[in-house]
Design a protein around this ligand. Structure first.
Ligand SMILES: [Zn+2]
Length: 262
């Protein structure tokens, strides 16, 4: 066999499928032919690279039998002389099996890719939901920390607020530390209409206009406002909550919902 004949066997040899005399002949050629040796090394590297990526999948035995029977039939045809070199029977069988295996790999890979795409989309959805939850928990933790900071102040005052005509059953409570900030909570305040906001005011003497203490960021379950930082307002006599346009106003314009005296 010439170098060209033997070189065609390198693929089968690299896969470990070359046997008998052919294997002996190929290996003795390999010892003296750098080109064939390099090709075998390259093919083996490809085989090893594919192995971990592609799940091994054996064709069903019935299919294997059919392919082998086919290869046998074409070998019988090969017995009739014809032009050109005949492909050995085992090589035809190996090629047919390889084609079947590649088809199965491709089908398996397509299914796996589809499964992974579905899983990835599920994971993205869950990640977005988790991020939202995390953001909410962070906000609640910040609020709780801020409230604890105000409630622990040595100068904290408690002011109870009573419902006014627009919401007679509403109640409110404020903890106010001039040195640290203010915590407000309320019950039974009507839901805020769109485009409006509750605003908390510090009331002063009859001739002094009220001073805004901040907007009430109401939660669906109840209400709450928290502003941290010193809030000293000389001459404060009480607190009130009014319903105002979104964004708040410099002086109260809307209905008063809660009032409490200091
Ligand atoms: Zn060679």
């Amino acid at each position: 066999m010439s170098h060209d004949d033997l070189r065609e066997l390198s693929g089968v040899y690299a896969l470990g499928a070359l046997e008998g005399q052919d294997r002996v002949r190929f290996e003795s050629h390999l010892a003296s032919c750098a080109e064939c040796a390099a090709e075998v090394r390259a093919l083996r590297a490809v085989g090893h690279g594919l192995a971990p990526i592609v799940e091994q999948q054996d064709p069903p035995p019935a299919l294997r039998d059919r392919v082998m029977a086919r290869a046998g039939a074409s070998a019988a045809e090969d017995a009739v002389p014809r032009r050109g070199p005949a492909m050995p029977r085992w090589l035809a069988a190996a090629a047919a099996l390889a084609a079947v295996s590649i088809g199965l790999y491709a089908a398996t890979l397509r299914v796996r890719i589809q499964t992974l795409e579905i899983e990835l989309s599920d994971l993205r959805t869950r990640a977005v939901a988790l991020e939202r939850d995390l953001e909410r928990v962070r906000r609640e933790a910040d609020t709780a920390r801020g409230a604890a900071f105000v409630l622990a102040a040595h100068d904290v005052l408690r002011i109870d607020l009573a419902g006014q005509p627009p919401a007679p059953s509403a109640t409110g409570r404020v903890f106010w530390s001039p040195s640290r900030g203010l915590v407000f909570s309320a019950a039974d305040l009507p839901a805020v209409p769109p485009g409006r906001v509750y605003q908390l005011w510090v009331l002063r003497g009859p001739t002094d206009p009220p001073v805004s203490a901040g907007l009430v960021h109401s939660e669906p379950s109840g209400t709450g406002i928290l502003s941290t930082g010193p809030l000293t307002i000389p001459g404060a006599t009480g607190l009130a909550v009014s319903l105002e346009p979104e964004g708040g106003v410099p002086a109260p314009t809307g209905d008063i919902y809660l009032v409490g005296r200091i």
